[in-house]
Write a protein that binds this ligand. Sequence first.
Ligand code: FES
Length: 148
Amino acid sequence: MKIAVNGVERVVEFEPDTPLLWVIRDELKLKGTKFGCGKGLCGACTVHLNGDPIRSCITPVSAVENQNITTIEGIGSEESPHPLQASWVEFNVPQCGYCQSGQLMSASALLAKNANPTDADIDSAMSGNACRCGTYPRIKAAIHHAAE
Ligand code: FES
């Protein structure tokens, strides 16, 4: 089946019910998207499907056929970071870092639709992304900064 990942069309062969997360990590070798709970609860595996955040651990690859997937590798680079990535660095957001690509994918989907989110907007958009290190205050500050 064909899927477009970070603007590149790819042909992948997997059982239709294979989680998208395994295709991204094991087939496409895009290791920025993380496995956390595997049950759609933690947000570590968040990617964009046509711009909307989804949990790739519970999304079968057949559900994204011929659609556009964006991973953390697709929103910016070291040379040209997404404004949120620059803000994440400036605010020293990560602690262990494991959940942060998922956090950034949810935050980038939010800012793409809402350029000036309130605290409540951020809480709502980010509520599905858990951080065991408790970086939530820095995440919120960094999102506000990137939106300025
Ligand atoms: Fe997908 Fe936790 S690994 S939501």
